[in-house]
Design a protein around this ligand. Structure first.
Ligand code: IVH
Length: 685
């Protein structure tokens, strides 16, 4: 390829960076790692530094991020949300420190080390102590108003006491790794493609139009800076600001450290480099910040990066290796799951030999061939992923992968439909499927038969002791004791847990059955509508799809499962064994916004209340996850009415909106669940 001129290369880099910016910030679907992005950005910066005439106002080096999504209102940040310069090794960190020392005329300074959380930056504004707005970073100047979604995050205080009348804090919202795994398990359960990593999934969760989705994902925040100056004149350093914010009730990472020398910073970095995978969240480096605020001011900002802080990045967790073979694993629902068998390679401290490969379509889309040198990545998920091939390293001996026509375990003809990305073995008696089902049945959250781990499941099947899950209930301790390495203590425990599993709550039993698309959440939903398995078995497609959250795909799967004579026989066998297949009463539906009592409800407060000011009343509503608006519309759920209320009451009456007097409002605040159950009964006044 002919050498590009600096001008051409700069234009190419700008195009590429703009593309990746858009994917990262607007689509939450980045196709390259931060490290790869940084390499491109550095190259462009170097060209622009060498040829200042090539610098354009719209160069990605001159701005902070992507454009806000049109789905949310725009928010102008009171101060730009900055980026950070990077240091990729100790030499680069030391160079940053030297530069800072020089600018501070050799003065000593303390530094705060913080973990760099790989999540989504947000700005939270509190007016008179009440969370009035939460915004994303957007392009750094203008972000998106995601207040409704952020209010669902429990560790974001909706009100803070003793705060100045205007307070702004910034922090990183993230999806804990355990939550990410849970979500992915549920997606796999429903036959949906797994999410790639916690960062993108977390960012996507915040930018949902429906806050209930955010609420269901148990997101978290670490607040990392104070962004307003009013009423905080006594604070002299970043470290003091963090302490003050902790006292106000913000979630500040206890792993932050105040360091006095570069050596201490390096120790902190090395400590966390080793242990980063033990953290319940993803961290991609350490942020080092000059602590004294007066020094921060003196150092200032260049372009989009403050001089007083630097991101000391952990090395990227990618590696290349050879794809030796593609193996197939038959899942519980019969899906044929391809996986990569790799030449062993060390990625971030762990030797990787296997990586997941989703499905045939994905393998072809990424053009991954057997024999290829491939890039693999360890994201938050424990299972490493194959990112793609290194096509330059092809020798011509690589071969295109095809799914086998028969199940590798039982030889049945494999099924593939256009609606389903997965190839499936249709044989319910396939031994591989049964092994997966048995493991699922005994797992925590299902029948919870502790002691009967994966290995024992395999041994029971091999010894013909179980041919379906109901056979577990016929197991005798004596027979278990005949097994190699089975001790009396374990056998007793297993038998006791099998017995205890007979009376587990119905949703768990239903989940344990392993019906395709019936994960834990769907099982809960079904049990809120059917008293027992028999009632569910008799349900029609219409009955099922009438339930909010159950679509035709889930309904078809349920009806198909109950239509199988083998499954009917299994249920009868479970019943005879004494497994409880009913519940005494329908559980009271938990509110869909999971424990946010006022989630999804809109209130209007009018008139003068005796017990609290309007602001306090509104703060109480917001504390419980409700929304407060100023005018009564069809969307208003309650109007709280004080003395001398004005015309809003008449509007509410015309629309049939329930009115709450102060006493009823207090009652609702104190015992929201009961009060909300009365919602259908109209006015409480
Ligand atoms: S400080 C001027 N502290 O990293 C300071 N940022 O590359 C800018 N981040 O957009 C932010 N953890 O999303 C800071 N402890 C931390 C952080 C952190 C994660 C993110 C943040 C920011 C990006 C900068």
């Amino acid at each position: 390829m002919a050498q590009l001129s600096p001008e051409q290369r700069a234009a190419e880099l700008r195009r590429e960076l703009n593309f990746h910016n858009h994917r990262y910030y607007t689509l939450d679907d980045s196709v390259i790692s931060d490290a790869e992005y940084d390499v491109l950005l550095r190259e462009l910066r170097a060209i622009e530094a060498e040829h200042p005439g090539l610098l354009t106002a719209d160069s990605p080096t001159q701005r902070v991020g992507g454009d806000p999504s049109p789905a949310f209102d725009e928010v102008e940040h009171s101060r730009p949300m900055l980026s950070l310069g990077n240091a990729f090794d100790f030499d680069e960190l030391a160079a940053w420190h030297r530069r800072v020392s020089g600018l501070l005329d050799g003065a000593d300074f303390q530094m705060v080390c913080e973990l760099k959380i790989d999540g989504l930056a947000v700005n939270l504004t509190y007016e008179n102590g009440v969370l009035s707005q939460g915004a994303t970073r957007g392009n750094g100047i203008t972000g998106e108003d995601v207040s409704r979604n952020l209010r669902t995050i429990r560790s974001i205080p909706l009100a803070v006491e003793n705060a100045p009348s205007h307070l702004e804090v910034r922090g990183e919202v993230y999806l804990p790794v355990a939550e990410f795994r849970r979500l992915n398990e549920e997606r796999a359960e429903r036959g949906e493609q797994r999410y790639a990593n916690p960062r993108n999934t977390g960012a996507g969760s915040i930018r949902q139009l429906d806050p209930k989705i955010t609420a269901s994902r148990n997101m978290q925040i670490w607040v990392y800076s104070l962004n307003s100056t009013e009423g905080v004149e006594f604070i002299e350093s970043h470290w003091e600001a963090l302490e003050w914010l902790t006292d106000l009730g913000f979630r500040i990472n206890p792993k932050n450290r105040l360091c006095s020398s570069l050596g201490e910073v390096e120790d902190y970095y090395r400590y966390w480099l080793e242990r980063r995978h033990d953290l319940p969240y993803e961290a991609d480096g350490v942020v080092v910040k000059v602590s004294p605020l007066q020094m921060q001011d003196q150092l200032g900002v260049v372009g989009r990066e403050p001089r007083w802080a630097v991101a000391y990045k952990f090395p990227a967790e990618r590696a290349t290796t050879r794809l030796l073979e593609i193996g197939i694993n038959v899942g519980r629902t019969g899906s044929l799951n391809p996986y990569a068998i790799l030449a062993p390679v060390v990625v971030s401290g762990a030797t990787v030999q296997h990586a997941s490969l989703h499905n045939e379509e994905d393998i072809h889309r990424k053009d991954i061939r057997v024999g290829d040198t491939v890039v693999i990545e360890r994201a938050g998920d424990v299972i490493p992923q194959v990112v793609g091939p290194v096509t330059d390293m092809r020798t011509g001996t690589e071969s295109v992968f095809r799914m086998p026509p028969n199940c590798p375990e039982c030889g049945s003809d494999v099924l593939k439909t256009d609606e389903d990305a997965m190839h499936r073995c249709p044989n319910p008696a396939c031994p591989a499927q049964f092994y997966e089902l048995l493991k699922h049945f005994v797992s925590k959250g299902a029948a919870d038969i502790d002691g009967l781990g994966e290995r024992w499941c395999g041994i029971l099947i091999k010894n013909n002791m179980v041919a379906d899950v109901a056979d577990l209930y016929r197991l005798k301790k004596e027979r278990l004791l005949e097994l190699d390495r089975m001790g009396d203590k374990l056998a007793t425990r297993i038998i006791a847990n099998i017995e205890a599993s007979k009376t587990k709550p119905l949703p768990r039993l239903l989940f344990a059955l392993g019906i395709t698309h019936v994960g834990a959440e769907v099982a809960d939903l079904l049990c809120q509508n059917f008293l027992g398995i028999a009632e569910l078995a008799a349900a029609t497609e219409e009955d099922l799809t009438a339930i909010d959250g159950i679509g035709p795909k889930i309904a078809d799967s349920i009806i198909g499962w109950f239509g199988e004579p083998d499954n009917t026989a299994l249920l009868e066998k479970l019943h005879v064994a004494g497994v409880k297949l009913t519940q005494d009463a329908l559980p009271v539906a938990t509110h869909s916004s999971t424990d946010i009592p006022f989630g999804g409800l809109t209130f209007v407060v009018t008139g003068t209340l005796a017990g609290f000011s309007r602001t306090e009343a509104e703060a109480q509503i917001k504390r419980l996850g409700g929304k407060v608006t100023s005018s009564v519309t069809k969307k208003t759920n309650y109007v709280v009415v004080g003395a001398s209320p004005g015309s809003k009451v008449a509007t509410a009456e015309k629309l049939g909106t329930p009115l709450l007097d102060e006493e009823a409002f207090l009652q609702l605040l104190e015992s929201p669940p009961e009060a909300l159950a009365d919602e259908q009964q109209g006015s409480l006044v």
